[in-house]
Design a protein around this ligand. Structure first.
Ligand SMILES: [Zn+2]
Length: 125
């Protein structure tokens, strides 16, 4: 199995609902995001997915949240904007772009580092 990973990031505000503590107040993070795709076979060019393509897709998804209040995004108006939920949302958005670009590779996982040493990731069960 081949895997490739691309990284991007975004800076945004959020606050957590149903949470008692500092994070119920609005605050900001510089989230670091990595997306990994996997596949058993390479294209005739010897690539699983062009790094540039994967990075662009990930950046486009991150740009949707960059310099926003994540809680105002339609998805996160419903789902609490935790690192876990952000990872799952980014996973599905990049997955859609990957399929749209005609790649046969599958999404493997998305990891979201919220602060140094605190990372949440999501992959399909
Ligand atoms: Zn936070």
């Amino acid at each position: 199995m081949y895997r490739i990973t691309a990284s991007a990031g975004f800076s945004a505000a959020h606050h957590l609902r149903e949470y008692q503590g500092k994070c119920e107040n609005q605050h900001g993070h510089n989230w670091r995001v990595t997306a990994t795709v996997r596949g058993e076979s390479l294209g005739s060019d010897g690539m699983l997915v062009d790094f540039g393509d994967l990075r662009r897709m990930l950046r486009e998804v991150c740009a949707e949240l960059d310099h926003t209040d994540v809680n105002t995004h339609p998805h996160f108006a419903v789902h609490n904007p935790t690192a876990e939920n952000i990872a799952a949302w980014i996973f599905s958005e990049v997955e859609r772009k990957l399929a749209g670009a005609g790649y046969a590779a599958l999404m493997d996982s998305v990891s979201v580092e919220e602060t140094d040493g605190s990372t949440a990731s999501w992959s399909r069960p």
